[in-house]
Design a protein around this ligand. Structure first.
Ligand code: FAQ
Length: 328
C-alpha cells in the first residue's frame, strides 16, 4: 500500500525499490481504465506528476481571480456585477477542490501555498496579462474559460480518481463561465461601433495568450508522453489547441470580429483551421516570471495571505480549544 506522510528522502527510497512487477501491474490497471485512488499503490513519479499538475492548476484558479476581480467594482450594471461576482467566487471554489485533491497525494496545503508565494510554483501564463477594459471580461470568459473547458473535459476521465471527480463539477461551472463571457462579447458586438471596437481589441490581445494556455508544442512538451501513458492527459497540447481554434474561430465569425492571425485558414481536406506561429519566446518569458503582471499578481496574493493571518490564527485557536475539550 502507498504510504502517505513520507518525507522526500523516504519517497526517494520508495521510488528506488519500485519493482518492475509493481510498475507493470500499475500500468495494467491504467490500461484497464481503473481509477487510481489515494490509498492505492502508485509509482512515485506518477504521484509527483499529479502533485505538480494539480497544484499548478489550483494556483491558476486562485491567481486567476485577480484579472476579473479587478472589474467587480466597475461592472456596467448590477446584473453583470452579480454574475461576475459569482464567477470569481466559483474560481476560489475550484482552487479549494483542487488543493484538496492534491492533499490526497500526501502534500500539505501549507507547502503548496508556500511554493506559490515564494514564486517556486507555476500557475497558468494567461493570468499575467492585464484586463484593460470591460470587454476583457467578456474575452476571458469566452476564450480563457473556453480554453480551460477544452483542456479540462478530458481531465474528468483522468486516471486519478480524486482529480477526475473534482473536474466534473469544475467543468459544469466553467461552461457557465464561458457562456457568460460570450454573452458579454455578443452584447458588445451588437452594440455601438465603439463597443464593437472594444470587443475586437480584447480579442486581439487575448487570442495568442489563450493559445499558449495549452502549453508548448508536443515536440517541446516534457511531460506529455508519460502523462498520456498514465492517462492523466487524454489529448496532447497541440490536439487540444487545434480543437479550441476550430471551435472558437467560428464563434468569432458569429460575433463579427476577426481573429488576429493572417495565416488562419481552413484546410478543406482536414476540416481544421491552420493557424500562425505562436510567439514561444513570449510564453517562455511569461512563465519565467517576466510577463506584464507577474509581479503584481504575486504581490497581491502575498498581501491577501498576510491579511488572512488572523483568520488562520483564530481557526487554530478554536481547533486547539476543541481538541483540549475532547481530551479532557
Ligand atoms: N502556463 O510538459 P508540459 C483556469 C509548463 S485554467 C504556465 O506540456 P504538462 C480556469 C508546465 O507546467 C488554467 N506553465 O506540461 C480559470 C511544465 O513546467 P514544469 C489552468 C505552463 O503539465 C479561468 C512545462 O511548461 N489549467 O485556471 C503552461 O504536461 C478563468 C512543460 O509543459 C490547468 O492547469 C502554461 N500555460 O501540460 C480560472 C489545467 N503550459 O511543471 C480563473 C491542468 C505548460 O515542468 C479565471 N493542467 N506549462 O515546471 C494541464 O492540463 C497541464 O498541466 C498543461 C501543461 C496542459 C497546462
Amino acid at each position: 500500500m502507498y504510504t502517505q506522510g513520507l518525507d522526500q528522502g523516504g519517497r526517494d527510497q520508495q521510488a528506488a525499490v519500485e519493482t518492475a512487477e509493481q510498475l507493470a501491474a500499475f500500468q495494467k490497471r491504467i490500461d484497464a481504465e481503473e481509477k487510481i485512488e489515494a490509498k492505492d499503490w502508485m509509482p512515485e513519479a506518477y504521484r509527483r506528476t499529479l502533485v505538480r499538475q494539480i497544484s499548478q492548476h489550483a494556483h491558476s484558479e486562485i491567481i486567476g481571480m485577480q484579472p476579473e476581480g479587478n472589474w467587480l467594482t466597475r461592472a456596467p450594471s448590477l446584473k453583470r456585477k452579480a454574475i461576475l461576482l459569482a464567477k470569481v467566487q466559483d474560481e476560489a471554489g475550484h482552487g479549494l477542490y483542487l488543493y484538496s485533491a492534491a492533499e490526497t497525494l500526501g502534500v500539505s496545503r501549507d507547502q503548496m501555498v508556500a511554493d506559490l508565494l515564494s514564486g517556486k510554483a507555476k500557475y497558468s501564463s494567461i493570468f499575467n496579462y492585464p484586463t484593460l477594459s470591460w470587454a476583457d471580461i467578456g474575452a476571458i470568459g469566452w476564450l480563457v474559460d473556453g480554453a480551460a473547458i477544452m483542456n479540462q473535459i478530458p481531465l474528468c476521465r483522468c486516471s486519478y480518481g480524486p482529480y477526475a471527480r473534482a473536474m466534473v463539477r469544475v467543468c459544469k461551472e466553467e461552461s457557465f463561465h464561458q457562456r457568460q463571457g460570450f454573452d458579454i462579447m455578443l452584447n458588445l458586438c451588437r452594440g455601438t461601433d465603439r463597443q464593437k471596437a472594444m470587443a475586437q481589441d480584447a480579442l486581439n490581445r487575448w487570442w495568442w495568450p489563450s493559445l499558449m494556455m495549452f502549453g508548448p508544442n508536443d515536440s517541446e512538451s516534457t511531460h506529455s508522453a508519460q502523462s498520456m501513458a498514465w492517462k492523466i492527459k487524454r489529448f496532447s497540447n497541440d490536439e487540444l489547441r487545434q480543437k479550441f481554434v476550430d471551435v472558437t474561430v467560428q464563434q468569432a465569425a458569429f460575433l463579427g470580429i476577426s481573429v488576429p492571425d493572417d495565416d488562419l485558414k481552413l484546410d478543406e481536406a482536414s476540416g481544421h483551421y491552420n493557424y500562425g506561429e505562436i510567439d514561444w519566446q513570449e510564453f517562455i518569458d511569461v512563465i519565467a516570471g517576466n510577463g506584464p503582471c507577474n509581479q503584481q499578481r504575486l504581490d497581491k496574493r502575498r498581501r491577501a495571505h498576510d491579511d488572512g493571518d488572523w483568520v488562520r490564527e483564530a481557526a487554530q485557536a478554536y481547533a486547539n480549544k476543541q481538541a483540549a475539550r475532547v481530551a479532557a
